[in-house]
Design a protein around this ligand. Structure first.
Ligand SMILES: Cc1cc2nc3c(=O)[nH]c(=O)nc-3n(C[C@H](O)[C@H](O)[C@H](O)COP(=O)(O)O)c2cc1C
Length: 224
């Protein structure tokens, strides 16, 4: 698989098979992804990889709280989105949500069904491996971009191993529970979770392909 194919076939997988992923594969992906560049070669990414009972216990802990009516842990570590979002960003977010809910037949006003889908985030959509990415809280925007490049490298390498991924910022809502379960030091901030595993191709939620704006909307080319 070349880079273009890995990029083209990566998607946010929201239904995984329970087929296990060997530890050696996870190690290979996490190691190779660390060839990602970072400003000043700071390599600011920190990763926890869970499978089996440690993963199940953490997922249970969060989903029980959600089902009990708790909606995350305040204060939030960082704002996942700006408090008020302008277009085109708000519109794109709305569109991605609509496409996802349409794929599984969940109506715009069906709060109960949307809640079921939210809970699935905290089960890693059934993935056998859950990764958690964290960053030292002393670091700045530049280093957050570096962690993003590490994340993308993990997702592309997963494709090379015929695996799929689901990056999940929603896990940041539960930073205290994750910190406690994984003994994450206080100086680190949880960025996101990432589900890793084999895609369930038969599941309708994996059949949508999100849209992208055309090049002219975001790029300026001069002097060619
Ligand atoms: C850092 C990051 C965090 C994300 N967090 C979530 C999440 O919590 N829940 C979710 O369903 N999707 C999440 N997504 C998936 C995005 O919604 C998805 O990438 C976007 O709609 C584009 O679709 P695609 O990944 O299928 O190309 C996240 C994506 C990224 C890059």
């Amino acid at each position: 698989m070349d880079v273009s194919q890995a990029l083209d076939t990566r998607l946010t997988c929201r239904a995984f098979l329970d087929t296990p992923v060997p530890e050696a594969t996870v190690r290979a992906i996490l190691t190779a992804a660390a060839r990602a560049p970072s400003g000043g070669n700071l390599q600011p990414w920190r990763v926890w990889a869970l499978a089996g009972e440690p993963l199940a216990a953490l997922c249970r802990s969060v989903t029980e709280k959600l089902r009990g009516g708790q909606f995350g842990e305040a204060p939030t570590e960082y704002l996942i989105y700006p408090p008020s979002m302008k277009d085109p960003f708000a519109d794109r977010k709305r569109r991605a949500g609509e496409m996802m809910y349409d794929a599984i037949g969940v109506g715009r006003d069906d709060g109960a069904a949307q809640m079921v889908q939210l809970v699935r985030n905290f089960e890693f959509f059934g993935a056998p491996v859950g990764l958690f990415l964290a960053i030292d809280r002393s670091l700045q925007q530049g280093q957050w971009a570096d962690v993003g490049m590490y994340l993308q490298s993990v997702m592309l390498l997963a494709r090379e191993h015929e695996l799929h991924t689901a990056p999940l910022e929603s896990w940041a809502m539960w930073h205290r529970t994750v910190r406690t379960h994984l003994a994450i030091p206080d100086e680190l901030m949880l960025f996101c979770g990432v589900g890793l595993g084999h895609i369930d191709v038969a599941h309708p939620i994996n059949r949508t392909r999100t849209e992208r704006a055309p090049l002219e909307d975001f790029a300026v080319l001069r002097g060619f």
